[in-house]
Design a protein around this ligand. Structure first.
Ligand code: 6R9
Length: 665
């Protein structure tokens, strides 16, 4: 990277621009803006031809496709529909007999620092063996398998094994509660659950299997025939005879060869639940071919992945980032990747930097919330500052999950990347399958806080409510105007909700509505994401629906009469959850209020998971409502931020509650 063209520290108007160095341009796969523009022009000139080329070049087909895009059932789009392939074969078998065969696929660093390596060939053997174990339990193409696993090689093996059989996996993040697991088991109709006895995080052993037992005891889980338990530690866990098997029992007699099952291009590869603006989480369904093609292409374009790279995406496999940039993308691209079991602050907050040095990581991909918390830690304790580690192996830095504020961007760029490595701010969503708006390391001049430009083929735009383009410089809604191969196919079991959530009639019913606000810069047309325009919060890069948390709170029927949840800005987590609660008894104050607030937080952790615990809980005799009875959320957002109220409050029944609601517990 060359020096910034302007060193103005202002973050209101971002004037700093960091063009790629000449060497980076020369070395990169997409070399310079002209190469980027040529790809965009190719897509503009022959949209289907562009995607057909990528589909043919990046995937191995057992039956080649002849039709690229079928729009006859829009917005249910079909890509490469008459082609057949297997996702696991495209991640593993394709490398056998090539230079990649004996290359390290995964460097696994456990919580305690111990390191295990597996080659591509070994990984294929493990995946095949596990697939045979699933097969022996009667798992066939189209069955749903729920995965509730810690970050381990086995988590990836479980996902790949499902893909090998054409079984549809649904991974539930290990931080979700038994209740959340229960809902997903039922919604997805899982026949097998794959879990571990325990997970290790920050030196602690946390039981996991007991949460599955608790979920299954909640009833209506007759679809579940078996539970497979990976013995992460030696600690015994409850095993139900006839239903539960350990990994070693299940794999004992299995061969390490398993023929991959060819599936249609549109066969669902997985279902991943994410929060929407209404109560129930949505089961986002992805395809096999379109999804996998983009996972591989974006590894090569966005991260410019090369044979010698050591890639590290810190996301958990329970999130989309872990699906695309841990389980599928790096393997399809034949890369060596690091998988980390633990947490960034154990045994100290220098863990990430020490691991980059230890494994000579070259491409590092993490979330702004992690960066911000590590900035704080480094400022408090120089011993965990990135300067203490040798980070010279790094060549590209990535960011994902939420907007990265320019201060965090600059710190990451200077202190982690040594002003040498581009910071690639990738914007995308669970529904997108892979990156959609992002800089390219050997082409795009970077502007801190901006995800810059859409990838070639992604027709992103900013529009008003009726779908009309908004000029650069003004804010609007982010949309993608044409279907693309890695997009969501439907919401599992709820096609109507799919149409309603993403393809509003007001915009013609064919434009993908992202749910984020955005603005393009007047000079470069760069995109900056301004945050969700619906009732979805982004806490530490995790999507949470306000309605989901509200429903959890009011489900505590002995205590809570009414609840409203809003987000407020937070220095570390991006947004923080703020709940306004009316109790069925009189409004508590002082110690009692603190006590009840704790009780409610623990309740939400049980209902959804610890990530959904409200940071602030405020009690009122009432909530501010309009005459028609609608909660005035904008007012609540101002109160949550601690702002002076400028809105008209004359319609409020009881204006005194505003003072009550301003008190935190
Ligand atoms: C990949 C992932 C999606 C939501 C999305 C947006 C926010 C993600 C971002 C970003 C600004 C970025 N988001 N990346 N906002 N800049 N680079 O995170 O998927 O969990 O579905 O979240 O996250 O608000 O709509 P998901």
């Amino acid at each position: 990277m060359s020096a910034p063209s302007s060193a103005i520290e202002s973050t209101l108007v971002e004037n700093r621009v960091f063009p790629p160095s000449e060497a980076a341009v020369k070395a990169a796969r997409i070399s310079g803006m002209a190469a980027y523009e040529a790809l965009c022009a190719e897509a503009a000139a022959d949209y289907e031809g562009f995607w057909a080329r990528l589909g043919r070049e990046h995937l191995q087909w057992t039956k080649p496709f002849t039709q690229t895009l079928d729009e006859s059932e829009a917005p249910f789009y079909h890509w490469y529909a008459d082609g057949e392939l297997n996702a696991s074969a495209n991640c593993l078998d394709r490398h056998i007999g090539t230079a990649v065969e004996n290359k390290t696929a995964i460097i696994f660093e456990a919580d305690d620092g111990s390191v295990t390596r597996v080659t591509y060939k070994e990984l294929l053997g493990r995946v095949s063996r596990f697939a045979n174990a699933l097969k022996a339990l009667g798992v066939v193409k189209g069955d749903r398998v729920l995965i509730y696993m810690p970050m381990t090689i086995e988590g990836v093996v479980a996902m790949q094994a499902c893909a090998r059989l054409g079984a549809i996996h649904s991974v539930v993040f290990g931080g979700f509660s038994a209740k959340a697991v229960h809902e997903r088991v039922i919604d997805v109709g899982a026949s097998v659950i794959i879990t571990a006895n325990a997970q290790l995080r920050g030196g602690k052993e946390l039981p996991l299997k007991n949460i599955i037992d608790e979920a299954l005891a909640m009833g209506n889980c007759d679809s579940v025939r078996n539970v497979l338990v990976y013995e992460r530690t030696k600690t015994a866990c409850n095993m139900v005879a006839g239903r539960d098997l350990t990994f070693s029992q299940a794999m004992e007699a299995q061969s390490d060869r398993c023929e991959p099952v060819a599936v249609g291009a549109e066969h669902p590869l997985f279902i991943l639940y994410t929060s929407g603006s209404t109560g129930k989480p949505k089961g986002v369904q992805h395809s096999t071919a379109g999804y996998l093609m983009w996972a591989k292409v974006t590894m090569e374009w966005t991260f410019d992945i090369q044979p010698s790279d050591v890639f590290w995406c810190t996301a958990d496999i329970g999130w989309i980032t872990g699906h695309t940039y841990v389980t599928y993308g790096p393997l399809a691209a034949g890369a060596t990747q690091i998988i980390f079991e633990g947490i960034p602050t154990y045994p100290n907050a220098g863990r990430f930097w020490q691991m980059i040095e230890r494994h000579k990581c070259t491409v590092f991909y993490t979330a702004p919330t992690a960066i911000r918390s590590l900035i704080k830690a480094a400022e408090a304790d120089p011993a965990v500052h990135p300067a203490r580690s040798d980070l010279s192996s790094l060549r590209i830095l990535g960011s994902v999950g939420e907007p990265i504020n320019p201060e965090a961007w600059m710190w990451y760029y200077k202190n982690v990347g040594g002003e040498r490595c581009p910071v690639i701010d990738t914007f995308w969503q669970t529904e997108n399958g892979g990156h959609v708006i992002t800089p390219l390391p050997g082409a795009t001049p970077l502007v801190p806080g901006s995800c810059t430009l859409p990838l070639p083929g992604i027709m992103a735009a900013i529009v008003d409510e009726t779908g009309n383009d908004i000029p650069n410089g003004s804010g609007g809604m982010l949309v993608i105007k044409r279907p693309w191969p890695s997009m969501i196919r439907t919401i599992w079991g709820d096609p109507e909700r799919f149409k309603k959530s993403y393809f509003p009639d007001e915009m013609g019913g064919k434009t993908y509505l992202a749910g984020d606000g955005a603005v393009r810069s007047a000079d470069r047309g760069y995109f900056r994401i301004t945050g969700r325009i619906d009732d979805v919060l982004n806490v530490s890069g995790h999507r949470m629906g306000t309605m989901e948390i509200e429903s959890a709170l009011v489900a505590k029927t002995d205590l809570v009469a009414e609840a409203a949840v809003v987000g407020r800005p937070d220095d570390v987590t991006g947004e923080a959850i703020c709940a306004f609660v009316v109790l069925k008894r009189s409004r508590p104050t002082g110690e009692e209020a603190k006590q009840i607030a704790k009780e409610l937080r623990d309740w939400v952790a049980k209902e959804i998971g610890p990530i959904a615990k409200p940071k602030d809980i405020r009690f009122g005799d009432n909530l501010p409502k309009t005459r028609s009875g609608k909660i005035m959320r904008r007012l609540l957002r101002s109160i949550a931020k601690g702002e002076a109220i400028t809105q008209d409050t004359s319609t409020l029944e009881n204006p005194a509650i505003l003072d009550q609601l301003a008190e935190t517990n």
